[in-house]
Design a protein around this ligand. Sequence first.
Ligand code: GLN
Length: 552
Amino acid sequence: MKTTNYSTKTKFIFITGGVLSSLGKGLAAAAIGALLESRGLTITMQKLDPYINVDPGTMNPFQHGEVYVTDDGAETDLDLGHYERYTSAKLGQKHNYTSGRIYHSVITKERQGKYLGGTVQVIPHITDEIKKSIHQLDGEADLAIIEIGGTIGDIESLPFLEAIRQFRLDVGRENSVYIHVTWVPYLKTAGEVKTKPTQHSVKELRAIGIQPDILLCRTETQLSMDLKAKISLFCNVPTDAVITAQDVESIYEVPIRFHKEGLDDKILELLNVWTGSPRIEPWQELVRKIKNPSHRVLIGIIGKYVDLKESYKSLHEALVHGGVANDTHVELRYVNAEDLEEQPAEELLSGCHGVLVPGGFGSRGVAGKLKAITYARENKIPFFGICLGMQLAVVEYARMIAGMKDANSNEFTADTKHNVIYLMKEWFDHRSNKMQVRDESSDMGGTLRLGSYPCTLKKDTFAYAAYQEDKIDERHRHRYEFNGDFRKELVEKGLVISGTSPDDTLVEIVELKDHPWYLGCQFHPEFQSSPMKPHPLFREFIKAGLKFSRKR
Ligand code: GLN
């Protein structure tokens, strides 16, 4: 068997998780990225997910949380959202691989006869494919942070762990660091902090040949030196590499805490990288703002996945950012769209200073969302419709104002005369420079309008006032579009079209005039908001909400 020795321009940081899921491994990876970037290094990031789906595009947000969309149209794990919010890394297809995608590529090559009659096996073929996907990042930045999804001990993550074990052999110690995120629980009954789960997790990791260099211990309280010494002894990791990752009030505190614990120094020492000290003041300033807001607004979010906040992760964060820009604490009230079908809107939405209808798929809850839109429109409550929310705002306007009683989206009914939202069978994809063709029977995966598309804004609109420029780029993830056949009539009846594709064929933003702030966009602005650069539409929506709250 051939082993390759690569020379790398980039140094690699691998992050694994132990004991249980939901320890905030993705956030930790993002915060490490932020911290190292603040030391003047360039960063790229990648997530390797052990599940068999080729990408998370077809996965139910209930199970897996939000599907995050990148500029190049990749449908990725929500952790990529954290990475892009915390760092300036620009991510895409090559920054998220699943087992499914790795196997798909190996099996395709096998069918093409590329393995020359050899037996295709997990080691070396799958592991080589994994290593290849990691090596793609070489040269992209000074450091690449690679997060392995899942928990140590899972059967399905083994090929990834084997691949990263081999990786150090290929690139050498000075070019690779293993960080293990683990749990150090506090047992109330014993009144003690317990290190055993961490010991076991590290033991598992060592059994497959990986000795972690750094342990990130999730705890409720700061670990004492004694505890660090104990973990150090049992896990074979120096005490200064046992890092407390204490629970925090705001997720944006994490980079600051990690720095206090000396995590960035330790990583750079292990990788033999010299830099200046970090510039963490912007993070301190951000946390100060989040913790001491002068104002408060309440925003009602009308959704279907209301029980699982993870399915609206980027949206939730973008609203926080909009709040930061207005020195305002944004309180969210998640309202189940189906409850709105039975209860009056004023009961469920009373006290809200803004109403937001986010993206979604399928007909469940649509009637409730339409009711919320009518309520916001008639009561002049700031309204923000995103993707499905924009499409429903168009349906609502067509039905209630333009007299098209049966107006609907073809997503919900095929036979309506006024299909104001419809499936475009042919459209030009500017990224591949090709016409795309699809119909109702097309695959669900990968047939949406995905990724960044340009949009031209009209002056004297809410959109223009927010962006202050006439050309913008925003990310999409949808199958249906505004139907141009009804454009003239709806505009005549008062609907404002403030953003379109540069060739004016696709409607991207709709608004209403005599309303304090009413805007629906076909794209997902939440994917481009970050705490350091709050998205203009979220900033303006919160500003309008704040104004509305003062009037009351
Ligand atoms: N279901 C709608 C469509 O496919 C909207 C999608 C979304 O909100 N992301 O066009």
